[in-house]
Design a protein around this ligand. Structure first.
Ligand code: DSN
Length: 484
């Protein structure tokens, strides 16, 4: 007998194939590729079949701009139910007084939060002068004028090379245009956040907003300390917990390391360590709730009601005790991976990890991050390059490789497999050499890459991905885990 999940996905693909077979094929191929890939990208995961299936339906057909019970469209009663259930789960999961589950992504969540903070703290005059211009056409001087109109507001965020995110006030992102930004970073000797320097910068710079959180910092953050600094200088404290939301939900980060009781406002994505659908969310203290509620249509387009349904399912899953076990295992695995790399002589930023990610410094191998990333990919190991503190190779070529354990932990891999993965990574990095004086080209013996690729496949074999989903002939196994 074919199980229900296989039946559901097969039926969906059949319906798609009848209209555009290339799309059905690409969807099916993505499952094959994900199953075969040793996925170490720190920001990716595998959502459960229940989460995935909650998205493929007619909730997508409904416009629901506005908020629960106060929409710009009629007939939103079912969207109200979906959004209310998602909010109820999010509040309970994170112990937050208020939750907003409409953001389509982490960037959207951050923009909602920034506008909420500005609206709460600053009188924003009408920007008639710039109305007809494309924002990208404005010169730096004009941006400075715009900021002056906003009250020349300042943001203090973690520097990109220390692990901060583009949306924390950096040039290529709108946040770097909206705010006059300054960065805090890490102590060069330890690789840990320098809270003393952060405090000094905050005292001198007097930011409106301090942003905590990161996308490539391998340690826990003391949010109680940063809140104390924010209070001292009168800043609003925002935390972007996109990367580690699963560790907060799973109660790995508690007390001073849980951002929710310490920050005025917390943003997140729902698809990384939290293992939900691709999307975002905002948690806030009550004084900011009214402004965050205006996120759509102030900042966001119509809510993706089908994705909010999937968020509700994912939050419900994360409230189960097994999710806490999963979250702890993510960290156990990251620490095992770090140990395995350190014992083979690989240099790690900060010398280890407290969370879901490990940041390798590949400079001692004579490689850039870009060369290392591509050589690993050739060998079936999927990672991404990342800047490291004071990176001599900049943000494009970089000197780091960021690896994370949320996805492989979802598949069921444990500490023993992490040590084997460390061996594979070390083998590839020692077997790769730069070529032609280039920061991108490299030499890697194809036989070595092939051998490592086969070992990666063997390593994954006992841990099938979505075992309950069989798109072909077989029946598929009965669901046994979050990924089915
Ligand atoms: N793209 C995400 C990451 O990989 O960290 C953050 O936006």
């Amino acid at each position: 007998m074919v199980n229900a999940e296989s039946t559901a996905f097969r039926a969906a693909l059949e319906a798609v194939r009848a209209v555009e077979p290339r799309i059905a094929d690409a969807i099916a191929k993505e499952l094959t590729d994900q199953r075969e890939s040793l996925k170490l990208i720190a920001s990716e995961n595998y959502a459960s079949p229940a989460v995935l299936l909650a998205m493929g339906n007619w909730l997508s057909d409904k416009y629901a701009e506005g908020t629960i019970g106060r929409r710009f469209y009629a007939g939103c009663q079912n969207v109200d139910t979906v959004e209310s259930v998602a909010v109820e789960h999010a509040k309970a999961l994170f112990g937050a007084p208020y939750a907003y589950v409409q953001p389509h992504s982490g960037i959207d969540a951050n923009l909602v939060a920034y506008w909420a903070i500005l609206a709460d703290r600053v009188e924003v005059p009408h920007l008639r002068k710039f109305e007809k211009r494309q924002v990208n056409d404005l010169s730096d001087a004009e941006w400075a004028q715009l900021r002056a109109a906003f009250g020349n507001q300042r943001m203090l965020g973690m520097s990109l090379d220390a692990g901060g995110h583009l949306t924390h006030g950096f040039r290529p992102n709108i946040s770097g245009k909206m705010f006059d930004q300054r960065s805090y970073g890490v102590d060069t000797a330890t690789g840990l956040i320098d809270y003393t320097a952060l405090r000094e910068t905050a005292r001198e710079f007097r930011p409106l907003v301090i942003v905590g959180g990161y996308s490539a910092y391998p340690r826990k953050v003391n949010f109680a300390t940063i809140r104390e600094i924010a209070d001292e200088v009168g800043a609003t404290f925002m935390v972007d917990m996109a990367h580690f939301a699963g560790l907060v939900a799973g109660k790995v980060f508690t007390g001073d390391f849980d951002p929710v009781p310490h920050a005025h406002i917390v943003t997140t994505t729902t698809h990384k360590s939290l293992r939900g659908p691709r999307g975002g969310a905002v948690l806030a203290q009550p004084e900011l709730a009214d402004q965050v509620d205006r996120g759509c249509p102030m900042v966001l387009g119509g809510p993706l009601s089908h994705v909010m349904a999937a968020k509700a399912v994912a939050f419900a899953e994360a409230r189960r005790p097994e999710f806490a076990t999963y979250a702890r295992q993510i960290v156990t695995n990251a620490q095992a991976l770090a140990e395995g790399l350190l014992s083979r002589g690989v240099k790690l930023v900060s010398g280890g990890t407290d969370n879901h990610l490990v940041l390798l410094d590949v400079h001692p191998f004579g490689l850039t991050g870009r060369q290392a990333e591509q050589a690993l990919l050739d060998s079936g190991v999927v990672t991404n390059r990342n800047a490291i503190p004071q990176d001599p190779n900049g943000a494009w070529y970089t000197s780091g490789i960021r690896i994370g354990t949320p996805a492989l932990t979802s598949r069921g891999l444990g500490a023993a497999e992490m040590d084997q993965i460390a061996e594979l990574i070390h083998t590839v990095l020692t077997g790769t050499a730069p070529a032609d004086g280039s920061k991108a080209k490299y030499r890697l013996d194809p036989a070595l890459a092939d051998r490592v690729g086969k070992q990666a496949t063997e390593l994954l074999a006992p841990f099938p991905l979505y075992p309950s989903v069989d798109l072909d002939e077989g029946a598929g196994a009965e669901p046994t885990s979050a990924t089915g």
